[in-house]
Design a protein around this ligand. Structure first.
Ligand code: NAD
Length: 269
């Protein structure tokens, strides 16, 4: 039995994690955290997730939840809360799966330092399809000539806070990696006005609206042909299932930085 603590449990993903954990075998949610500001502290996590009561209430006391020695913590909260979760997991020696997005590159060194002490996965997208898409994009960027322009278009629901999505950034990083460059050196975050497209740019376009769960399209636009790689999520349960699989995989590992690629056993294409 893998014992999990979920941070951000009252949110859309937190609720999906509770529902999917009830369908999976070998998983027990032993701690449910959210922020005081959520107004959900003390509520039963089952009722929040649209299930019968589960006898576990939402708490804001992460340290107390970690003292119960869970096997893994899963964080789907907000970027501002991730440093606190990370520090607490390191202090208590608990493996951490971060699904939260929206933090900047300044977290890289903190994640690196933490991974020398605990097993850690930071995954901007936990779906099987996107895990594979990242590898396909890396391969396409590596094999197509440099005059194929790379553009990334993503769409999400109207409430999503960060933009571009963490998945779009991961796809951009994979495309840049395939070309042997750093994303920050070639990214074009927004286009407006009269500046033409610069050679070698990787452009990002963001759509927000309605209840779109998540769409990512990577366009390799050449002269006379286009290669388009696209993923569409229609149910956020896929992210919850991927995160739970990742958490189970992470339990009991040696300290280190792992990826969803490791979880699904994907070899490089
Ligand atoms: P949401 O706003 O519905 O839920 C976030 C929850 O976290 C809320 O209940 C909020 O009160 C809580 N929270 C905020 N700050 C907190 C803190 N410091 N400590 C504890 N709880 C805190 O958002 P969501 O749609 O569930 O998404 C959550 C995060 O997961 C976002 O960053 C989103 O981009 C990311 N996400 C990742 C994937 C993936 O596959 N990795 C998929 C979907 C969403």
């Amino acid at each position: 039995m893998t014992k999990l603590v979920i941070v951000g449990v009252a949110g859309r993903m937190g609720q999906a994690l509770i529902r999917e954990s009830r369908l999976a075998s070998g998983i027990e949610v032993v701690g449910a955290l959210d922020s005081l500001r959520s107004g959900r502290i003390g509520e039963d996590v089952g009722e929040i997730a649209g299930l019968p009561p589960l006898g576990l209430s939402v708490s804001a006391d992460l340290a107390a939840a970690l003292k119960a020695a869970p096997d893994v913590v899963i964080d789907f909260s907000h970027a501002s809360g991730v440093p606190t979760t990370l520090a607490a997991c390191v202090e208590h020696g608990v493996p951490l799966f971060v699904g939260t997005t929206g933090f900047g590159p300044e977290m890289s060194s903190a994640f690196g330092a933490a991974a020398s002490r605990i097993p850690l996965i930071v995954a901007a997208n936990t779906s099987l399809g996107v895990t594979l898409l990242v590898e396909l994009v890396r391969s396409a960027a590596a094999h197509l000539p440099a005059d194929f322009d790379i553009e990334i278009v993503e769409a999400h629901h109207r409430l999503k806070k960060d933009a571009p999505s963490g998945t779009a950034l991961a796809l951009g990083a994979a495309a840049a990696g395939g070309r042997g460059v750093e994303l920050q050196d070639v990214a074009a975050w927004a286009r407006h006005g009269e500046a033409p497209r610069a050679a070698g740019e990787i452009g990002f376009a963001v759509v927000r609206g309605g209840d779109v769960v998540g769409e990512h399209r990577v366009i390799f636009a050449g002269t006379g042909e286009q290669l388009i790689l696209e993923h569409r999520a229609t149910d956020r349960a896929i992210f919850a299932r991927g995160a739970l699989a990742g958490a189970v995989w992470l339990a009991g590992r040696a300290p280190g930085r792992y990826t969803m690629r490791d979880v699904v056993g994907l070899s490089s294409v």
